[in-house]
Design a binder for this molecule. Structure first.
Ligand code: MLT
Length: 310
């Protein structure tokens, strides 16, 4: 009799491993953040959390939007997700309607980097080289609506010139090409670039934060380097598919807040100049409001730039 009662009762959540879809290719910042988060979530929850990294701006979110809304398939995505709501005329999902925001994960500055030996001494020289070189220079982008694409738009506006954009499935593959000297310029999250800058495998010209990063004390801020308009912070956040039961969302969001206090996560984030979300930012209410604000903030910028994709 007891057994039968057990079978008809709903399983407590989570009763099997959770998949966290990272919207970025392996080896890039979204993949890195998602792996560190998955480990910490696995310690906060009674089940392991496995990562599935999917490159290309739309594929990962689409996979999560179409997943069964049971809390077992989640998404981690960055600032580009908010911009994509305006950038694309047609999306296979609705940024604000197809997902249940669970909370923010992190914030990171962007860094302007170039291949080793790039002929510029400082950020002024980097921008001048783009102005003079134009489309003879290659600039990496992880696809329309990625963080690197948005930062590249800011850079090209500052230079008043357009480079040849090379699209990668994420900035993990892009930075490999940069180190190999086959790519000239990249604006990417500190999360991805800090280890390579420290090893002198790429050259850094500036960070887009208002203060220098403790992990890169030698790299000036864009304001110090004479371009105060080049300010950008990239955030990551975690989502469930819309329609996920509220108590499951609450369990996952609480686990996210617990993960933000995890010592191993905080140490790894700090090594990568990446800020863990505060208790407030890692909440459902904050993330819902923030996402709507970010979609509204990017809309006029993208409309003014006339940058749309089908
Ligand atoms: C990645 O993980 O590849 C990046 O987050 C892509 C980007 O948005 O630039």
């Amino acid at each position: 009799l007891l057994l039968t009662a057990g079978i008809t009762q709903a399983q407590p959540f989570p009763s099997r491993p959770i998949t966290l879809v990272a919207a970025g290719a392996a080896g890039g910042p979204t993949d890195t953040i998602t792996r560190i988060l998955a480990d910490a979530l696995g310690r906060a929850l009674p089940q392991p959390v496995v990562v599935e990294s999917i490159g290309g701006s739309l594929v990962g979110p689409q996979r999560a939007a179409q997943a069964r809304p049971d809390g077992y398939t989640l998404l981690v995505n960055n600032i580009g997700f908010a911009a994509s709501a305006t950038l694309y005329r047609k999306l296979p999902y609705d940024v604000l309607e197809s997902f249940a925001p669970l909370g923010l994960v992190s914030d990171a500055a962007m860094t302007f980097v170039a291949r080793p030996g790039f002929p510029a001494a400082d950020l002024g020289g980097y921008i001048a080289a783009l102005r003079e070189g134009g489309d003879r220079l290659n600039l990496a982008s992880a696809g329309l609506g990625s963080a690197s694409h948005l930062c590249g738009v800011l850079l090209q506006q500052a230079a008043g010139a357009k480079a040849t954009t090379v699209v990668f499935r994420g900035t993990g593959p892009a930075i490999a090409e940069l180190m190999a000297g086959r790519l000239d310029l990249l604006c990417d999250q500190a999360t991805n670039t800090v280890p390579y800058i420290r090893d002198n495998r790429v050259t850094a010209y500036a960070v887009t934060s208002t203060a220098r990063l403790a992990e890169l004390p030698q790299v000036p801020t864009t304001a110090e380097a004479g371009s105060p308009a080049l300010v950008m912070t990239t955030w990551h956040a975690m989502y469930a598919p819309a329609g996920t039961p509220e108590e499951v969302q609450a369990t996952l969001s609480a686990a996210l807040r617990a993960a933000m206090k995890d010592e191993a996560l905080r140490r790894r984030f700090s090594e990568l100049a990446t800020e863990p979300a505060t208790e407030e930012r890692a909440s459902i209410a904050f993330h819902r409001r923030f996402l709507a604000e970010e979609v509204a903030r990017w809309r006029p910028i993208i409309q003014a730039a006339g940058a749309f994709a089908d």
